[in-house]
Design a protein around this ligand. Structure first.
Ligand SMILES: [Zn+2]
Length: 153
């Protein structure tokens, strides 16, 4: 697993396999427990923080993919290799995700807050304009898959 991630990073960035990049593994149930912990402390206000966390996590993806001519394809490979999701498709109107690690089935609301931040930042870099996605459909509260659309103000 660790080897697979490092190899994907290497293939996409050209960075040396000897570079000391390390990853921690967090399970889907760990994500669920952290969500419950934060919601218990600060209610839904934590969702904005998770979103910001996702934006910050996108920076290292941007770094790896900065020299890749296909930012979206490179980001997709990294998101899969890093375990955030099983599949993602990007188009102008929406981003569709299968197998988000942040899914907690039986929730009342969408739960993929970090992923929303990650995808917002990736779409921003791709479109070269400010983009903030909202999760309009989520596996957690009965959706077929997780669907993110650009927030309209
Ligand atoms: Zn979701």
């Amino acid at each position: 697993m660790q080897r697979t991630i490092i190899e994907a990073e290497f293939l996409l960035s050209g960075l040396s396999l000897e570079s000391k990049v390390r990853f921690a593994k967090i399970s889907q149930s760990d994500f669920n427990a952290i969500l419950k912990l934060y919601e218990g402390v600060m209610s839904y206000a934590c969702h904005g923080l998770f979103f910001r966390e996702g934006e910050a996590l996108a920076d290292s993806i941007m770094e790896v993919c900065s020299k890749n001519p296909d930012l979206l394809e490179c980001s997709k490979k990294l998101l899969i290799a890093r375990g955030w999701l099983e599949d993602v498709s990007f188009n102008d109107k929406e981003v569709r995700v299968k197998g988000s690690i942040e899914v907690t089935e039986g929730s009342e609301k969408p739960t993929c807050h970090r992923l929303r931040g990650l995808l917002s930042r990736i779409m921003e870099a791709h479109a070269k304009t400010s983009i903030r996605l909202v999760e309009v459909e989520c596996r957690s509260n009965g959706g077929k898959e997780c669907v993110f659309k650009q927030e309209m103000d």
